[in-house]
Design a protein around this ligand. Structure first.
Ligand SMILES: Nc1nc(=O)c2c([nH]1)NC[C@@H]1CN(c3ccc(C(=O)N[C@@H](CCC(=O)O)C(=O)O)cc3)CN21
Ligand SMILES: CC(C)C(=O)C(=O)O
Ligand SMILES: [Mg+2]
Length: 296
């Protein structure tokens, strides 16, 4: 994954083309080439793994976009990582919509996926469509994501028929944590067959990709092999077509014990903590503001 990380801007000011789908936007124009769902399928066919990160605001969206992350997910995990709820269940469409809007405003190339929150799509395909239309229209999302397997095939079909690209999500689905008995690996043993059947049903219904969360690497490998559409793993081993992490886990903003599937690439918590501490000390010592920070 790291081997193919893209440099956003070449010396010529041209946007690099990490998705390898023909020439980048011609020299002379600075309009970035947008990631499309067929690019992701092409990466799968070429065996090139691609990264996905969550983003919930403008600055992170801009930075991750420039870092060459082709897909940004405005996760319902904003519940935990923005709003401070203890599970992802309480977050609402009205809370998530402004986050989606700020991410789509800031990302120039990335495909932005809006995660449908608990209760906003399960009732019926009609409800799923009404909610997704809000994320597309008001949030300017490019796609939506929902949790669940074959039982949600009608929902996925309703959305794709309406022109809305859908990403599925199977394995451990946090919105069902009370039903699944907590944060537990799914798809062990017999359940591997159900995982595959769910993935195939989502593909058949028109999903353009499927997230697999906390499933055995062997099961994820098999599903990835059987599907034509890309699989996106989180705690699903190295053989998925793509890998996703929550950005505060990836960058070390969230403290405390991280799930096993997390790799921490920075200590953002430490950086912010020491910046705030240094600022506080400066103010208390009367060293900020200095003459150059004041107007006369
Ligand atoms: N910051 C953050 N990262 C996530 O990956 C994430 C969220 N929030 N919020 C929504 C869901 C919840 N997820 C979670 C949360 C916790 C574990 C966890 O504690 N896993 C442990 C126990 C696994 C086990 O017992 O089998 C682990 O070590 O992986 C896993 C997934 C994934 N999502
Ligand atoms: C972890 C990813 C896949 C997610 O659904 C979220 O962040 O809400
Ligand atoms: Mg989610």
């Amino acid at each position: 994954m790291s081997a193919q990380s893209a440099q956003p801007d070449g010396a010529a000011g041209e946007v690099a083309a990490p998705y390898g789908t023909g020439p980048a936007t011609g020299a002379g124009t600075s309009k970035p080439r947008k990631v499309r769902i067929h690019h992701l399928r092409e990466l799968k066919d070429r065996g090139e793994p691609w990264p996905m990160l969550t983003a919930y605001d403008m600055y992170t969206a801009e930075l991750f976009d420039e870092a060459g992350i082709p897909v940004l997910l405005v996760g319902d995990s904003a519940a935990n990582n923005v709003f401070g709820y203890d599970t992802s269940l309480p977050v609402t469409v009205d809370e998530l919509l402004p986050l989606v809007r700020s991410v789509t405003r800031a990302a120039k190339r990335a495909l932005v996926v809006a995660d449908l929150p608990f209760g906003s799509y399960q009732l019926s395909p009609e409800q799923a469509l009404a909610t997704s239309v809000r994320f597309m229209k008001e949030g300017r999302a490019h796609a939506v994501k929902l949790e669940g397997g074959h039982r949600f095939a009608p929902h996925v079909e309703a959305l794709t028929s309406a022109g809305i690209p859908v990403m599925g999500h199977i394995g451990f689905t946090p919105q069902s944590e009370h039903n699944l008995g907590g944060y537990r690996v799914q798809g062990r043993g017999e359940a591997a067959e159900k995982l595959l059947a769910d993935a195939l049903a989502l593909q058949e219904a028109g999903a353009f990709a499927v997230v697999m969360e906390m499933v055995p690497a062997e099961a994820a490998k098999r599903v990835t092999h059987e599907l034509k559409i890309p699989t996106v793993g989180i705690g699903a081993g190295p053989d998925c077509d793509a890998q996703v992490l929550v950005w505060q886990d990836m960058a070390g903003l969230r403290r405390g014990k991280a799930p096993r599937f997390v790799k921490r690439y920075a200590d953002v918590a430490g950086v912010l903590q020491s910046a705030a501490t240094a600022f506080a000390e400066d103010v208390r010592r009367g060293e900020f503001p200095a003459p150059e920070h004041a107007f006369h």
